[in-house]
Write a protein that binds this ligand. Structure first.
Ligand code: DHB
Length: 305
């Protein structure tokens, strides 16, 4: 018998628990040249803002031990071009479409989300209240309970389908921030966004990123992400999308055991864009061997001491 890989996030059924992480496959067009996006549980787009953004000058990525630093600066086409040029493609894909939304003020999140509410191809939005690389907004919202609640509540008024709040790890208590997002009306959480970090070239004495610091991702952050997923799981009943260094089927199983209902693959896509598809297949083998009939039965089952 093949294990049931379907999971549900805020009433939306996913064919399997594996998504792409925001910023790691643009708007999905290049990935669709490699495999049908129906193989993904969901596709998450790069953050969309009100106006187009070129982002920071290069270099804006740097490799680190078991990870990657990046400060892209929310480069994206802006909501007008996104709706005109990217939505028609996304509407044709047989996968759940999650649009990540960013802004530098609450009004910007609201305006972008209101425009997306009119687009039936958008199944959910993921609110990026945790970007480490912009001067205004982003992490500033996600590091403060009051601003988190206010920004989610403001978007809640204009977006009628599920809202996933993407939480920052750069906080004292991620569970407190999750509470605030739930209070504002979030339907689910993405846990975690990147950790602030830097790296310096010892010849030039220059930081390796023009933004001087950036977001750390990849396997280096997996243990942090797992602990934070579990902290949010123990605090809230809302579903969790686990993110942070997932590259193999066993990484994904660890996240589910710690409380994630679904997972996003980010940095690993740059090494192998097939990673989420491979993880789904290999997780099926694991579940069969363990005689577990449904992937969702793993959620939160870590046997803690
Ligand atoms: C960017 C945004 C993020 O949320 C993140 O984790 C890393 C980088 C960016 O566009 O700079």
């Amino acid at each position: 018998m093949t294990p049931d890989m379907k999971v549900t996030i805020a009433g939306v059924e996913l064919a399997n628990p594996l998504m792409t992480a925001s910023g790691c496959c643009g708007y999905g067009e290049e990935l669709a040249n490699l495999y049908p996006l129906s193989k993904l549980g969901a596709l998450v787009t790069k953050s969309i803002t009100l106006k187009p953004r070129l982002g920071h000058p290069v270099p804006r990525t740097a490799e680190t031990a078991s990870g990657m630093l990046n400060a892209i600066g929310l480069a994206n086409v802006g909501i007008d071009d996104f709706i005109r040029e990217k939505i028609p493609f996304l509407a044709k894909q047989k996968t759940v479409v999650i649009v990540n939304v960013a802004g530098s003020a609450i009004d910007e999140y609201v305006e972008v989300s209101a425009r997306l509410n009119d687009q039936p191809a958008v199944d959910m939005i993921e609110l990026n209240i945790s970007c480490p690389n912009v001067n205004e907004g982003g992490m500033e919202f996600g590091a403060n309970s009051r601003l988190t609640e206010q920004s989610v509540a403001a978007v809640r008024k204009v977006f009628s389908r599920p809202i996933i709040a993407k939480l920052s790890p750069n906080v004292t208590s991620i569970a407190d921030i999750a509470d605030a997002a739930a209070q504002g009306g979030a339907d689910a959480f993405s846990v975690i966004n990147s950790l602030v970090g830097t790296s310096v070239d010892v010849d030039s004495w220059r930081p390796r990123l023009t933004n001087n610091k950036g977001g750390l991702t990849g396997p280096a952050i997996k243990p942090v992400a797992l602990a934070m997923v579990n902290a949010v799981y123990e605090r809230s009943r809302l579903p969790i999308v686990g993110i942070g260094g997932i590259a193999t089927w066993s990484d994904a199983v660890e996240f589910m055991l710690c409380g994630a209902t679904a997972m996003q693959v980010g940095t690993a896509l740059f090494i192998d864009p097939f990673t989420p598809v491979k993880i789904v297949n290999e997780m099926k083998t694991y579940l069969k061997k363990k005689k577990i009939s449904a992937a969702r039965d793993l959620v939160g089952k870590v046997r803690k001491y």
